[in-house]
Design a protein around this ligand. Sequence first.
Ligand code: COI
Length: 327
Amino acid sequence: MKLFVYGIREYDELPYFSQLARGYGLTFGYTTEYPSMENVHLAAGYPAISIITNRMDAALMDAFYRAGVRHIATRSVGTDHIDLDHARETGMHVSHVNYPPETVADYAIMLILMSLRKITYILDRARLQDFSLQGKLGRDLCDCTVGVVGTGQIGRAVVCHLAGFGCRLYACDPCPDEELSEIVTYTDFETLLGKCDVITLHAPATKENFHLLDKDAFSMIRPGAVIVNTARGTLINTKALIAALEDGRVGAAALDVLEDENGLYFLNRMGDCLANPQMALLRSFPNVILSPHTAFYTDKVVWVMAEQTVRCICDCVYGVENPLVLF
Ligand code: COI
């Protein structure tokens, strides 16, 4: 069994892949670079590659196909960076991972609390020895109404964990989860926008969800609402969010993902002039928290990502049914 890993992090993923290679009898090659036309040749002789969330469009996929690759395994839950239709047409297997949802769910709850208690602003000012209280007044989560957009695995964990905080909970999802009906009230998206002090996004990046929070949506939200996004950047129209923050309609935003995060997040760009004015603007706001797509990043999840990747390759080779192998 052979696998070539792109974008490997030598400081955490490499030891795990080495351990798995011994256990599974796997031969693996790797590079820290993300896949591109320039480095497709590295995968020659490897029928499977592993990637993270960098774009895998039709042209790049074809180049890998020509190099002999027949399986693309993404070390992520989301597959929106892969042209799945093209993969299906060309006969390329695609698999993904499914790590425990609590990791991202708890990070989202951390961002909710950080926003409600203005903690980054408090710490920034404390660093300058401003220990006064003015401007630092927070809000209690137990007094808030929280709207969870999307109750798949992560949204469900958010609902279950938030139930312990005593806040009122609303949710929307095209397929409501009956089991949650005791702790959450399902409603439509527009009603949720109008009712909630906090809105946390847990929906996939589909065509239907593109810019789910746009100018119209922001005009419907409760004034001063907190927006949290640990799902995908494309769910929010960043320009509309900036306008809503500027006019005070949105009280705070905590974003672990951003539109146009590719080429920034997961890379050390220290000292570079970044061509991303929207990000620069958001970073300048005292009521905005930006984290670089780290909601998933715990020791357990990194291990699970590597383990499930290798397991998918193995199951595909031996014809073992595995729901993480999409086709
Ligand atoms: C996912 O698993 O879909 C994520 O968003 C985390 C990924 C960037 C590693």
